[in-house]
Design a protein around this ligand. Structure first.
Ligand code: FES
Length: 162
């Protein structure tokens, strides 16, 4: 039984998480993680719900969500493409890799393709520094990339995620 007027049962799961943490404001990050997992992104409605449940100012909740890169307030695509912009990848040309991906996908960083399949984002390090420059698509890592490999990657490799 959810306490949300929409009757959306995902709020019932969120209620369980809130109860698990005794509605402690210190559990804000964990609660937001759970909410993003349940809803796919953090809508204004969800943020209001969390702020009320934790008895926190909405502005504080927004502050945390906008500070941490891993939270998103816009719906993400089915698959995340993460371009590593960590030091190693940066010196090996991650900026050009990102630009080529933006060109090929027709979206900018932070956006999602029209078919809702892919979102394009940056990350500080994806743990594959030896393969710099590298990107991750879901759990798969593609390394030792160069700008001229990107069209083929988009035309061929991305198909397996469709
Ligand atoms: S810096 Fe890119 S994987 Fe570590």
């Amino acid at each position: 039984m959810t306490t949300h007027p929409s009757g959306d049962i995902r709020f019932a799961s969120l209620d369980q998480t809130l109860a698990h943490y005794n509605h402690e404001p210190t559990a804000l990050i964990q609660v937001l993680h759970a909410a993003q997992h349940l809803f796919g992104y953090l809508s204004a409605d969800v943020l209001r719900y969390v702020a009320t449940a934790l008895k926190m100012p909405l502005s504080q909740v927004y502050g945390v969500v906008t500070f941490y890169h891993l939270f998103t307030m816009v719906p993400r695509g089915k698959h995340q493409i993460l371009v590593c912009t960590g030091t190693s990848c940066h010196v090996h040309g991650s900026k050009t890799i990102l630009e080529r991906l933006e060109q090929q996908l027709g979206i900018k960083e932070g956006e999602t393709t029209k078919d809702n399949l892919f979102s394009l984002n940056c990350a500080r390090c994806i743990g594959a520094c030896a393969l710099a420059p590298a990107i991750a698509i879901g759990d798969d890592v593609y390394g030792k990339l160069s700008p001229d490999k990107i069209p083929r990657l988009c035309q061929k490799d991305l198909k397996k995620y469709v």
